[in-house]
Design a protein around this ligand. Structure first.
Ligand code: NAD
Length: 346
């Protein structure tokens, strides 16, 4: 059975992976959110875990291994923010220990590992896993979903989207454009449209000179859904000018556009300009805070409601076919898979 968390208790959180987003979560849990205390950290780089404790003034223990952290008595819930390939083993171990888990995307990097997580959670008999798809906590995406589902736009025909980063890291490879970038659009459009993808074709425009040899940049994903909606996503991870997200949903009766986050507009010397965001942290800051606060509240209430392991499974599933298209330069069919009753009834 799940480890009981008594009412009015502060949730003890253990964070595995104290890199970029792990530290962000430590910061928000420590300085901004309520009902939570970071009691444990762990990273394969032990110095990084120790540094996190001193940088954020945590009264927490640094564990040698993620597994030791998971089994610690004062850890009620685990945030997994280590590299994608390590997620599955930590999730499986946390399920065994009956702990709530917030795992950054991806749920796991292979379908086999995703399946093992679905099997373990169903065997456990209660939802324990949430995946870090923070866009569904962004009120602009929530409004888009509400407009689409209200049928105000009539049947949806097309979605035009773009996901741009100013600059990618040295080791960012072509495949990561799908596993790290497109994966957010795969998930959010399944969520907004309540539809499944049935085909994908990856297209490669002229390559920017700013990308390394290991990276084809930009790329365009052309996805089609079961009901015939075409979703095209421009992925450009070295666009130079800033972090930028576009989304236009075209229906028979109208169009809905994702607004950019409010930023100060400056009028000066006969010009007016808006400040752009440098990175995803700023663009989605509010969404990350709401996402983790709701996770904390739901752990304390004993029932998770956020993006579940099935959403994580489907994102990795569709991403695999996108990678096949990337490798073969061809259009690939994506089979429909049935959602297990355990997840469809949540
Ligand atoms: P990062 O490289 O900055 O940090 C990863 C950390 O994990 C490093 O400190 C590394 O030492 C540690 N680590 C590696 N292997 C480990 C292991 N076996 N056990 C414990 N620690 C280990 O990466 P990041 O940008 O912080 O990304 C971490 C995860 O968060 C990735 O899965 C990434 O896709 C995801 N992420 C999600 C979003 C989002 O928008 N939701 C944004 C950024 C990153």
């Amino acid at each position: 059975m799940i480890q009981q968390i008594s009412i009015n208790k502060t949730l003890g959180i253990g964070i595995i992976g104290t890199g970029t987003i792990g530290q962000d979560h430590i910061k928000r849990c420590t300085n901004f959110l309520s009902g939570v205390k970071v009691v444990a950290v762990s990273d394969i780089d032990k110095k990084s875990a120790q540094n996190a404790i001193s940088t954020y003034g945590l009264n927490a223990k640094a564990y040698e291994s993620g597994d030791d952290l998971i089994h610690a008595k004062d850890v009620d819930a685990v945030i997994i923010a280590s590299s994608g390939k390590t997620h599955a083993k930590y999730i499986l171990s946390s399920i065994k220990a009956g702990k709530f888990i917030f795992c950054e995307k991806p749920l796991a990097t292979t379908i086999e590992d995703c399946q093992a997580i679905l099997d373990a959670e169903q065997k456990y008999g209660q939802r324990l896993v949430q995946v870090g798809f923070m866009r569904s906590y962004d009120r602009r995406y929530q409004e888009l979903k509400q407009i689409v589902q209200s049928e105000k736009l009539g049947p949806i025909l097309m979605v035009h989207a773009a996901h741009r980063n100013r600059q990618s890291s040295e080791n960012f490879m072509s495949e990561m454009v799908i596993t790290d970038t497109l994966i957010h659009e795969i998930d959010i459009f399944r969520w907004i449209l309540k539809d499944e993808f049935v085909s994908v074709e990856m297209i490669f425009p002229r390559k920017t000179s700013k990308a390394k040899d290991i990276l084809q940049d930009p790329q365009v994903a052309i996805l089609k859904t079961r009901s015939g909606i075409m979703v095209n996503v421009e992925l450009f991870v070295n666009c130079q000018y800033g972090y930028d997200i576009h989304c236009e949903i075209v229906g028979e009766l109208g169009i809905a556009n994702l607004p950019p986050p409010a930023a100060v507009s400056v009028s000066q010397n006969g010009k007016r300009y808006d400040q752009l965001f440098a990175n995803w942290k700023d663009w989605f800051l509010e969404a990350y805070n709401i996402e983790i606060q709701e996770f904390i509240n739901e752990c304390l209430a004993g029932k998770l409601k956020g993006p579940d392991a099935w959403r994580g499974y489907m994102a990795t599933f569709v991403a695999n076919f996108c990678i096949q298209s990337q490798k073969t330069h061809s259009k690939i069919a994506i089979p429909i898979v049935k959602c297990p009753v355990f997840y469809s009834q949540q």
